[in-house]
Design a protein around this ligand. Structure first.
Ligand code: SAM
Length: 284
């Protein structure tokens, strides 16, 4: 018998735990062992590599990771699911070492440290908070070197978009601060219960050094937020508030070698990082 959860097992487990999946927590559970094996394979983990999984839910992906020999540190906000996970693992993978699974009942957006120093993030993320979760974890968990996350297809497009593309925006630039992001395939709706009304995609993340700058990440991210808050405007106009005045914005842009009539969507993270250094000191 496979340890992985198929449609019948997912429903039986949900019934036993009294779980009625909620949209608010983005609860769409994987019930297709082939997809689970594919995700684990695509994550390209090294032998025995420890994984951080956000939102393990009923344990579909957790079992796939453990079965492939990867210890898991899991963070689940739903206390009923968090409590049930070790029981499910003990039942379905009785040979897995007790030390292979650490479960934290917590909101991934609030955690400041994670035990066990996991080096890979592998998760079927709750879709409504997928981008903030990815950005928060890359900032808060420095041990993470790479990852494979499943998100709504449109969000996958935004995370990997290069400058100049129609969907390039705040998530693209902020993700690029931490990592190179590339698409790693599509996932059909039918592999989830309940069936979501959006398509899903896999995104591969490879940590890299942030661009060189004397500005802090917070300062660069504040600039990125300002540049895209009015994405149709030229940077001279869009950054007037950030710089204190349109002329201050023009001066900062010129000092950083950026055309003041350009739009934010044409700049890559390296340029944002450089531009942030030139914010006029008189502004807040
Ligand atoms: N990994 C499971 C699977 O593939 O079947 C479940 C994935 S489901 C899309 C998202 C999971 O994230 C749910 O179990 C939900 O309770 C959990 N979740 C939602 N918001 C969360 C948060 N802020 N922190 C941690 N877990 C969260």
């Amino acid at each position: 018998m496979s340890a992985l959860l198929g449609p019948a097992e997912i429903r039986a487990l949900a019934t036993r735990l009294g779980i009625r999946p909620t949209k608010a927590l983005g609860q769409n559970f994987l019930h297709d062992p082939n997809t689970i094996r594919r995700i684990v394979r695509t994550a390209a983990l090294s032998a025995g590599e420890r994984v951080l999984e956000i939102g393990p839910g009923l344990g579909s992906l957790t079992l796939g990771l453990l079965e492939a020999g990867h210890p898991v540190t899991a963070v689940e906000i739903d206390p009923v699911l968090a409590q049930a996970l070790p029981v499910t693992v003990a039942e379905r993978l009785p040979d897995a070492a007790l030390s292979a699974l650490t479960v934290l009942a917590a909101d991934a957006l609030q955690i400041e440290t994670v035990p066990d120093a996991p080096t890979a993030l592998v998760a079927n993320l709750p879709y409504n908070v997928a981008v903030p979760v990815v950005l928060h974890l890359l900032a808060a968990v420095p041990s993470l070197r790479h990852g494979l996350v499943m998100v709504q297809s449109e969000v996958a497009d935004r995370l990997v978009a290069p400058p100049g593309s129609r969907v390039y925006g705040v998530p693209s630039v902020k993700a690029a601060w931490f990592a190179a992001a590339t698409r790693a395939g599509a996932v059909p709706r039918a592999v989830f219960w309940p069936t979501p009304n959006v398509d899903s995609g896999l995104v591969r993340l490879a940590r890299r050094e942030p661009p060189p700058t004397i500005a802090s990440r917070q300062q660069v991210f504040a600039l990125v937020d300002a540049a895209f808050a009015q994405r149709r405007k030229t940077l001279r106009a869009a950054l007037a508030g950030w710089a204190g005045s349109p002329s201050g914005a023009e001066q900062a842009l010129r000092a950083a070698g950026v055309d003041p009539s350009a739009r934010g969507e044409t700049l890559d993270v390296t340029v944002f990082a450089r531009l942030a250094e030139h914010r006029p000191t008189t502004s807040a």
